[in-house]
Ligand binder design. Sequence first.
Ligand code: HEC
Length: 165
Amino acid sequence: MKRWIVAGSTLCLGLAVGLTKLTFSESSAMPPSIERGRYLAMIGGCNDCHTPGYQTSAGDVPEERWLTGNPLGFSGPWGTTYPSNLRRLLANMDEEAWVRYARTVETRPPMPWFNLRAFAEDDLRALYRFTRSLPADDTAVPDYVPSDKKPVTPHIDMVPKPAEP
Ligand code: HEC
């Protein structure tokens, strides 16, 4: 009797471990989907900067406008930068080139390139597939303005100010 209980509980434990493994491997083997890419564009902050009006409308921008680049510049000691049109950028790259690019790109601020390179490869692929699923958009953002020149477009001043006494 005792032996059966031990054997039974070992079997249960084995089944439980097996099931846990199954569930885990199923979820990590999920193909990089367009739906996940949409989720990442949102929670990864890409829309915050690369979608016009996203921050100021608290995210109330239809998907048709997502990731089309932003003519509102960011100015600081690096000059003035404009979040690129990611649809246009990715239209000129295949998925493999994007994965390599995302792993090596270093931009000027405030683009968090160090976060982009930390993406899991499947997530980079999902973001690529989502962006490519959106209609083509060729809108160009203004050119980078070096720090010794004044930007002629609207821009956000990101120069840190000393504390007021
Ligand atoms: C705080 C604002 C901000 C956020 C958040 C942000 N970006 Fe950027 N991004 C920029 C700016 C500004 C540039 C242009 C930098 C430059 O000119 O050097 C840029 C540039 C890039 C580039 C290089 C484009 C090129 O033309 O070569 C890529 C790729 C990119 N961003 C992808 C992303 C992705 C993907 C996300 C989300 C995970 C993201 N960015 C989040 C502001 C941002």
